[in-house]
Design a protein around this ligand. Structure first.
Ligand code: ADP
Length: 471
């Protein structure tokens, strides 16, 4: 099958979170399974762009309302990522360093989607499926279905995968002229609560909708930032498929970001050496259990209560636990976390920023990974932690619920709690410190979790099953 993935992120080209990891891996494993999967994304000015070779695939000219623009599609020359990678450049809109966060993001992503649609419309042979990811690509199903200029595309199956339903990309009806002309009576395909809601539109117009875990799918009917009724109404075409992880990149035996490689049989020495390096680097005490947090410092991840929870733990468990945090996000949380650096030398360190290398070293060197998320569609961190023998401490929500079982349960290998509160986090940390001293149980869990298989092969098959129902 020829599958075109449309996404704002794709690792290692540009990544802000899990979306990038998934779009960097799923097509690669689809190609390995015999499909012809391709990715198309905006041409941000990233290192990857400058460090690789490209050929021009297509040059087009189209419009977004009364703004006429040229776009260029370039293709990576060597199939370096294991799939064909196409970048779309629109001068003045996509030629930026960052992925998101500009005042004109609506224009940027609408123009990107128009260019993708316009480009595919030029193809002689149309693809078997266009697979759109999150709201940045969620207007494509509407354009394929309803845009007058692209009538030919309305037979091409579209699928929308929702990695995060919190972000929906709303804009006002006063900007509807940005979209390619469509049958006016189809306005309901765009509307949700009197605004143009790209994510809602994608849910309505895509042939199938998937989310990145089954529990998240169930939760969206009750909590989806205003789309609850839509998820309930459209549940017949929605399906939850748990993400995989890229075992070639996330492998403690070969990971090029870590110094000391290890496998199940050498986990104790391997992890201890990595922990020692990490603790030395940040002047942390390596004798006590090391709990890490890696992620965006936003409300969804419950980052706002992290400072209070860690403060409580460091005071209550004085000298018995240490913390290392890497993250970026809300300024207030960043500031609070950073201010604590001076208060607990030897037992606490927060690094503000995005650092791929350090994140790998933390998965390898930590004893526990904390994820108190309020919302977690799938969560990749906990699956990386499992692969690196780092015990996940998670709130029971979304994909965390589907991938981690509590150590109190039969063959459980994690620490689970119900609420994103200081009390629940503190109690989880107390349990972590206790099990760290129970070496038989602790070592059994580490080895057991490293055997769990979250590789992409299984997930690829589930997507193939969905694609085949579209025929
Ligand atoms: P989300 O997509 O909601 O941010 P996921 O758990 O799906 O969360 O994916 C997060 C990914 O981003 C993981 O690969 C994680 O290691 C990485 N990550 C998040 N924040 C940082 C950071 N500050 N530095 C390095 N990697 C990070």
């Amino acid at each position: 099958m020829e599958i075109i993935h449309v996404s704002a992120e794709c690792y290692p080209v540009a990544k802000a979170g899990g979306l990038g990891d998934v779009v960097g891996a799923l097509p690669k494993y689809q190609c390995k399974a015999g499909h012809n999967a391709k990715v198309v994304m905006p041409m941000y000015r990233t290192k990857f762009l400058y460090n690789n070779d490209w050929v021009i695939d297509y040059k087009g000219y189209t419009n977004m309302g009364n703004y006429f623009f040229n776009y260029t599609v370039i293709k990576e020359k060597t199939n370096k990522l294991g799939f064909d990678l196409y970048l779309i450049d629109i001068y003045g809109l996509l030629d930026r360093e960052k992925i998101y966060g500009y005042d004109d993001d609506v224009d940027r992503f609408v123009a990107f989607q128009i260019a993708v649609t316009h480009w595919i419309n030029q193809w002689q042979n149309l693809p078997d499926v266009v697979h759109c990811h999150d709201y940045h690509a969620a207007l494509i199903p509407f354009m394929f279905k309803n845009a007058l200029a692209f009538r030919r595309l309305n037979m091409v199956p579209t699928i929308l995968t929702i990695h995060n339903a919190q972000y929906q990309g709303w804009f006002g009806w006063n900007r509807s002229n940005l979209l390619p002309e469509w049958d006016a009576w189809k306005w309901g395909d765009l509307d949700w609560n009197n605004t143009i809601n790209p994510l809602a539109s994608g849910i309505k117009c895509a042939w199938k909708v998937t989310t990145v875990s089954q529990s998240y799918m169930d939760e969206l009917k009750y909590n989806s930032n205003g789309l609850e009724k839509l998820f309930e109404y459209e549940k017949g075409k929605c399906i939850g498929i748990l993400n995989g992880i890229d075992n070639e990149i996330w492998n403690p035996e070969t990971d090029s970001f870590i110094t000391h490689h290890y496998k199940i049989s050498t986990i104790n020495t391997g992890k201890n050496k990595n922990k020692l390096d990490l603790c030395n680097k940040f002047s942390l005490n390596s004798e006590v259990p090391l709990v890490v947090f890696i992620g965006r410092l936003v409300g969804e991840k419950a980052a706002d209560i992290l400072p209070a929870a860690i403060n409580a733990a460091l005071n209550y468990l004085k000298g018995k636990v240490s913390f290392l945090i890497i993250g970026t996000g809300d300024f207030f949380v960043e500031d609070q976390l950073q201010k604590m650096n001076a208060a607990f030398p030897e037992y606490y360190r927060a690094e503000i920023g995005y650092n791929e290398t350090l994140s790998h070293q933390m998965y390898a060197g930590a004893d526990f990974l904390l994820m108190p998320s309020r919302v977690e569609p799938c969560g990749l961190n906990q699956m990386y932690a499992l692969r690196y023998g780092t015990i996940p401490m998670v709130r029971r929500t979304g994909g965390l619920k589907d991938t981690v079982t509590d150590m109190g349960d039969w063959e459980g290998f994690g620490i689970c709690f119900n609420n994103a509160t200081v009390e629940d986090i503190l109690y989880a940390i107390v349990r972590a410190v206790e099990v760290y001293d129970d070496k038989t149980h602790f070592n059994w869990m580490r080895k057991h979790m490293m055997k769990i298989d979250h590789s992409w092969e299984n997930t690829v098959q589930q997507y193939t099953n969905v694609y085949t129902t579209l025929k």
